[in-house]
Write a protein that binds this ligand. Structure first.
Ligand SMILES: Cc1cc2nc3c(=O)[nH]c(=O)nc-3n(C[C@H](O)[C@H](O)[C@H](O)COP(=O)(O)O)c2cc1C
Ligand code: SF4
Ligand code: SF4
Length: 295
């Protein structure tokens, strides 16, 4: 997909980052993203390419010593897990210092987005940071207990048109916060009543490795954004409390070529797995790799 039409880069001179004094990472613009199966990576990459900014993976930026970022615009692109961003993204929002007058969020989701913009804005407001723009974009829903990946892949959700509209807004530095609908509020309230939590502890029994099917390829360990999987004696082992703690992203399940990882909850189509069609497995591994996760 190309966004040349928008011709939206204000200053096409030098793009990129440099470390300024006191460890502040400075650039024209920066797009941070978290992605389990490539949807958010694709969106972040397209936005970054249109704005001529650089996209940086949150699973890697979370290790930055200072997490102080300065730029003309700073964006966060993330999926919704239970109507809200993943735990690691929440942590990044708590720990990072964003020096910009244009902070924006783009949420990828598959079905319902509740009040995600309000949640992000109030999280940042509690740190005295104003959000300039938020948008949601519906894409394939990778939640295996709820959806058949083969069908999700076939559905036309208008992604290219919606993404083009978001890019156009961002190019024009439009200031707009997406307002929640009454239906969105009701579904979020209903969800809260279920009391579901996505933390390493609660996700310990979320999925299991089918040891005898594992071929020891290490894909799951490399694609895990939290460093929860290691190879032991040629087979993958997962500890949801290891590394940064499981985020429930399902990257490991979707990426396993041997279907050796399954969910504890019944899956709609256990034979079907998903990765965004524009994102290769190598790109996802590069984005998520936590190094040293394989012994
Ligand atoms: C644990 C989990 C919870 C999810 N919860 C929601 C949700 O509340 N609402 C929704 O519309 N999609 C939900 N999804 C679907 C993802 O938000 C959606 O597929 C997203 O685009 C995936 O992005 P990624 O490919 O970058 O990981 C959920 C997915 C997972 C794995
Ligand atoms: S991706 Fe699958 S086959 Fe490969 S190491 Fe992980 S569980 Fe085993
Ligand atoms: S163990 Fe699997 S579900 Fe948990 S963070 Fe790693 S890749 Fe995601």
């Amino acid at each position: 997909m190309f966004f040349n039409l928008f011709n939206c880069v204000a200053s096409p001179a030098e793009i990129g980052y440099h470390i300024a004094s006191k460890g502040i990472l400075r650039g024209d613009g920066m797009i941070f993203y978290f992605s389990g199966t490539g949807n958010s990576l694709y969106v972040a990459r397209e936005i970054a390419s249109a704005l001529r900014d650089e996209a940086r993976s949150i699973p890697q930026a979370i290790h930055d010593a200072s997490k102080a970022y300065e730029g003309e615009r700073i964006g966060i692109v993330a999926p919704l897990y239970g109507y809200d961003v993943p735990e690691m993204v929440k942590r990044f929002m708590r720990e990072a210092a964003f020096d910009t007058d244009y902070l924006f969020f783009v949420f990828t989701y598959g079905n319902r987005h509740g009040i995600c913009s309000e949640l992000a804005c109030s999280r940042m407001a509690s740190r005295g940071i104003e959000v300039a723009y938020t948008a949601t974009i519906i894409m394939a829903d990778n939640w295996l207990p709820g959806f058949d990946m083969d069908r999700q892949r076939m559905e036309d959700k208008g992604i290219e048109e919606n993404l083009a509209a978001i890019v156009s807004d961002l190019c024009g530095k439009v200031r707009r916060i997406e307002r929640a609908t009454e239906a969105g509020r009701a579904e979020f309230a209903e969800y809260l009543e279920l009391g579901i939590e996505y933390s390493g502890e609660t996700l310990q029994g979320f999925l299991h490795m089918v040891g005898e099917r594992c071929v020891g390829c290490g894909t799951c360990a490399r694609v895990c954004p939290a460093g929860c999987i290691a190879l032991k004696d040629g087979r993958a082992q997962r500890d949801s409390l290891a590394g940064l703690g499981c985020n429930g992203c399902l990257a490991c399940i979707h990426a396993c070529p041997a279907h050796a990882i399954e969910m504890e909850l019944p899956e709609i189509n256990p034979a079907a797995r998903f990765r965004n069609e524009h994102v290769g497995i190598a790109e996802l591994m590069e984005a998520n790799s936590q190094y040293n996760s394989i012994d």
